[in-house]
Every structure is written in structure tokens, then in C-alpha cells.
Design a protein around this ligand. Sequence first.
Ligand SMILES: [Zn+2]
Length: 108
Amino acid sequence: MKLASEVIYALQKGLGYELYKALFLSYGKRGEKAYFYLSQNRVKKYRDFFVVVGTNEYIVDESFCSCPDFQLKLKGKEPCAHIIAVEVAKLLKHYDEIDAYYTDYQKP
Ligand SMILES: [Zn+2]
């Protein structure tokens, strides 16, 4: 997924008000939520996937997210807050890196 150019531009100033504003103006509530995930360090990079910790944990893989918002409401056509958060996190290198496979945690 390609982020809005306003967001890319605001990224140069790091995780601050400019970025918050750009995210909100470009993506509305979803952008606002994405900023919240970033500022609360809720983006985790496992060896296999990025995971965003919200009410539940959601797996983000490129332009796919396992959350119901993305699958049901947005029908996979627009990025949800988690996808936006991961894209920004990648560019800022702002995520917790976990040296394990997320899928290993899912096994009973
Ligand atoms: Zn999502």
C-alpha cells in the first residue's frame, strides 16, 4: 500500500503533531487510530508478520489485515487503521521487533 504524499512528507518530522494531522486529513478516523497505535508502540514486527495490538491482535501482511473492519466494512478496498499504522511504522522504523514467528504463538 502506498501512503498519501502528505503523510510521507510529515514523516520527516517523526512521530509528532504534523504526522497526526496528515494522517487524520488523509484517512480520517482510521488515520487517527493509526497514529494512536504508533504512539502507544502497538506495532510489533515478528519474523513472519507485522501485528498490531488493538482490542485484539491483528495480522497485517502488505495490503491485507485480519481485522473485521478491513474484511467486512472496507471489503479490502481501503486500508484499515492497522495497515496504515504498519506502513508508517515501516518508514519510521518505529516498531518492536520480536525474534519469533507469530504463527508459533497461534498453535494450541
Ligand atoms: Zn485492520
